[in-house]
Design a protein around this ligand. Sequence first.
Ligand SMILES: *Cc1c(COP(=O)(O)O)cnc(C)c1O
Length: 378
Amino acid sequence: MKFGTKLIHNGNDIDQNTGALSIPIYQTSTYHQADIDNMGKYDYSRSGNPTREALENTIAQLEGGCRGFAFSSGMAATSSVLATFSSGDHIIICEDVYGGTYRVTSRLFNRFNIEFTYIDAADVNNITKNIKSNTKAIFLETPSNPLLKITDLRSAIEIAKKHDLKVIVDNTFMSPYLQRPLELGADVVIHSATKFIGGHSDVVGGLVAVRDEQLAEEIYFVQNGFGAILGPQDCWLLLRGLKTLKVRVDQCQKTASKLAEWLNNRPEVSKVYYPLLSGHPGRQIHLSQADGGGAVLSFKTHDVESAKNFLKRLKNCAVAVSLGGVETIVSYPVKMSHASVPKEERERLGVTDTLIRVSVGLEEFEDMVEDFSQALGD
Ligand SMILES: *Cc1c(COP(=O)(O)O)cnc(C)c1O
């Protein structure tokens, strides 16, 4: 079955109890037990809820995993996955990882003696170089944020398998439509469902899909024990958002691709970052592991003043954190997603104060070009 059909018909689309075409919002915390000696499938909504279960089974199906989990945010999903590790463990992580992930790894999980080494994963040799006797996992994000650097997933996974390391991939930027790391051999996929999966800038949530049952049990233990679950109303919003994932992403990335080319030819722009641009160093690798460039691009202006003026002058775009919505969202990484990364580290990574990130929405290309033209100072 092709992906677009799978979004609509995946076995979790019809409510088993009523036949409803929209999974009901089971807004309940607890469940009556008719027979105390034989407890029912559900007993308490932290442990299980039918609306959440439909969403969890859906993400598992879409990513090609054995089981899925829904959390109260992308960071709750990431943190819960990281909570399966123990004091003394070492994890190799890409240095341009999402700002919030950088924050919890460098300032929270380190307090529990889980050690992280930040590497440039665009060169997978850096993985091999940093493996130690206590290394347990590799945490990757490709394309990375906000510079859209590409990690070769197949090579990274091959290295990991040789050393018995788990591979965790934050797949938020691509969504399961464009990239399915579990099918390439990764062990865990994480999503900030706040972004493309929800797709309408109206819900915060996180999803996880895993490859094997044992790891699923470990993550379920944390989900139920730590308790950062997603409520039924928000699960319903994600189920609803998922149905249109393909048509949204198709349209948004078509415009993004054209906009990247257009920006590339503008004298006010010094550099454009988009995986499908012909000069992008990771282009071939990206195309070998993903089915499209996605809807996020970044660019740099010549100076800070021009970047700030651009943000001020935009008329038809939101200037905001987040991405993946139906509306174009323009963000300023140094003050937003990367505000928690120390200035020196940020500049070393290339996240300068002339950098602007664009999550392209469903507005029409011609209108976007008109708005961007005037905002660049035409
Ligand atoms: C937004 C984001 C997160 C965090 O998700 P929240 O839902 O905001 O907690 C993690 N990774 C990436 C790549 C993101 O864009």
